[in-house]
Write a protein that binds this ligand. Structure first.
Ligand code: HEM
Ligand code: CU
Length: 555
């Protein structure tokens, strides 16, 4: 089935990982629908679902939604994509048995973690904040997935290292730069998470050991922020490589792209305290340090925006676009679905990026924290900028990896439109209802149970929430249509065969400053992490911990 017999093992890994990731997305998104419906009591009643969608189902579903969509869908797709990019761009084989081991461990760990979630014994949402307590299988399952990801990273780095030894004077292809950046960030981010899970959460779950909330949150968010760049960078890699490919051009500036990757690598990790502005017990000076570093990490995103827009302008002009904006209309907006999907994902991500800069502000964060503003923000970033880019890439990957054609591009385009309009309504509605005070992660928001909020705010909240949730239903429908088409294509699509090589990245030139100084870049990253996290860690540990006993999630 694989396109190139040379990559039989690697392609099998990619096929399994990518298909599994879509199953996770389908499962997780099913509960996105449940969450949206809980905020439409009238509709629930009309559909006779008000007895079915209980608070228990809402919170269990919200846990599954976050874990399956944000952690598992992304991680599995990223592993499949990384293997595809590295094998094709470097023309190398990876260590087959270890790759298989990583795959089996990751899937096994996922299934183990899924059992307690589905049984309602791990309703701790995807941040699994203690003292909320889950069945130990939840923590152990996720720990196995993390160990599998380390084995995976070792396999990929080993392959890249071998290639580099054989080609010391050659530039690392741009797509592989994306893979390296993604995995480096993951390796920077995960050790403290492993510490939290193994030394705090597992003992809490097994032996009822109390856990200090602030200590656990510090290490969770140390991991949690770079996690968002772990999601984003593969999408950025697709924007730098696949987008120009479908337009028949190259990225405007390879050097600027590498600068962006390096800045992401250095600045993604030392910023996690921007999720903890409202947490007491961390000195505001450290929060300001992380806030400042957060603004630095916006720089590579702006570089990416400039680079991509310049690439698009060049492609539009090459197609005959004239004048100031003629190149925009010259682009193949609805002609080439791969272009459509990636371009819409980038536009949606752009809007999410701006709300991210708002979240990062120390003061404004106090207003939006834990309101529906936040789901508005992250469904435009990971929930669309990333998810939609991955789905779009699968239009290319499914024929190449599964040897099947996509059954209907019309359905794909309809799905994109539903998604785009839906997500815009969802995010704008979410921003407004959030500003009016609508809480997130809450079964019964104030407008549903008659809590007194200033009347005009309540009105705003109500109407904005219904806009948001109509958008959620719409983009859920787009996602379902898209995933349905993909599953159908993998199973029943017309068979296609490919001849010849597939390259993801532009032709590499001679080794540049970036290749020669990768070690230095990695060291700078570690030093920044040490500076930004040793100070809050010293504070948290020196002021004395106050462990709290474990709590059931639903009492
Ligand atoms: C496909 C359609 C989707 C719908 C209808 C949907 C809907 C929702 C809604 C309404 C919430 C807020 C729940 C609440 O606070 O009451 C939510 C939370 C969330 N969503 Fe989605 N979503 C979808 C897709 C996605 C995707 C693709 C991702 C990530 C890749 C994602 C990640 C998350 C996360 C991480 C949360 C927060 C969970 C938590 O607070 O623990 N969602 N979603
Ligand atoms: Cu963050």
């Amino acid at each position: 089935m694989a396109t190139t017999p040379k990559f039989a093992v690697e392609d099998r890994f990619a096929r399994v990982a990518i298909l599994f990731s879509f199953v996770m997305l389908a499962l997780g998104s099913l509960f996105g629908l449940v969450q949206a419906l809980t905020r439409f009591p009238g509709l629930l009643h009309a559909l006779g679902l008000d007895k079915v969608i209980t608070p228990e189902l809402y919170y269990t579903g919200l846990t599954l939604h976050g874990v399956a969509n944000a952690i598992l869908f992304t991680a599995f797709f990223i592993m499949g994509l990384a293997v595809f990019v590295v094998t094709r761009d470097m023309n190398i084989n990876l260590h087959g048995p270890l790759l298989r081991l990583a795959c089996m461990m990751a899937i096994g760990g996922t299934l183990v973690a899924a059992v307690p979630i589905l049984l309602g014994q791990a309703t701790v949402l995807y941040t699994f904040y203690p003292p909320l307590n889950a069945n130990v299988l939840f923590y152990l399952g996720l720990a196995v997935v993390v160990v599998a990801s380390w084995i995976f990273a070792a396999v990929v780095f080993h392959g890249i290292y071998r290639w580099k030894k054989a080609n010391p004077d050659k530039e690392i292809p741009l797509g592989v730069w994306g893979v390296i950046t993604t995995l480096v960030i993951w390796l920077y981010a995960t050790p403290p998470l492993a510490y939290e899970v193994l030394f705090l959460l597992v003992p809490m779950s097994l032996a009822g050991m109390p856990v200090d909330v602030l200590e656990a949150r510090l290490w969770f968010w140390y991991f949690g922020h770079p996690l968002v760049y772990f999601w984003l960078l593969p999408a950025v890699t697709l924007w730098y490589t696949l987008l120009p490919r479908v337009l028949g051009t190259e990225v405007f500036s390879k050097t600027m792209a590498k600068v962006a990757f390096v800045l992401y690598m250095i600045f993604s990790t030392p910023v996690g305290l921007h999720h903890q502005y409202v947490d007491p017990g961390v000195h505001p000076v450290f929060k300001y340090l992380h806030a400042t570093l957060t603004y630095f990490v916006a720089v590579p995103s702006f570089l990416t925006a400039f680079n991509l827009i310049a690439t698009l302008e060049r492609a539009g002009r090459a197609r005959g676009g004239k004048g100031l904006f003629g190149w925009v209309t010259a682009l193949p907006w609805f002609k080439d679905p791969v272009f459509t999907g990636l371009a819409l994902a980038i536009i949606i991500f752009g809007t999410g990026g701006f709300s991210g800069v708002i979240n990062a502000s120390f003061q404004i964060n106090y207003v939006v924290h834990n309101t529906m503003w936040i789901p508005g923000h992250f469904h435009t970033t990971v929930g669309s900028g990333v998810a939609l880019s991955f789905l779009t890439a699968s239009l290319v990957l499914i024929p190449l990896l599964y040897g099947r054609q996509i059954v209907s591009m019309k359905t794909v385009k309809a799905a994109f439109v539903l998604w785009f309009v839906g997500i815009m309504l969802f995010s704008v509605g979410g921003y407004l209802s959030g500003l009016a005070g609508e809480p997130r992660r809450t079964y019964a928001p104030p407008y549903l149970n008659g809590v007194q909020v200033t009347a005009h705010l309540l009105d705003l909240m109500k109407s904005a929430a219904s806009v948001a949730m109509s958008g959620a239903l719409m983009f859920w429908l787009g996602g379902a249509l898209f995933l349905g088409t993909l599953f159908f294509s993998v199973l029943f699509g017309k068979r296609v065969a490919f001849e010849g090589e597939v390259k993801i990245s532009p032709e590499p030139g001679p080794a540049s400053w970036f290749e020669k100084n990768l070690k230095l870049i990695l060291i700078v990253g570690v030093v920044l992490i040490l500076i930004s996290y040793s100070l809050p860690a010293i504070e948290v540990y020196s002021q004395g911990l106050s462990p709290a006993p474990p709590q059931g999630p639903l009492k």
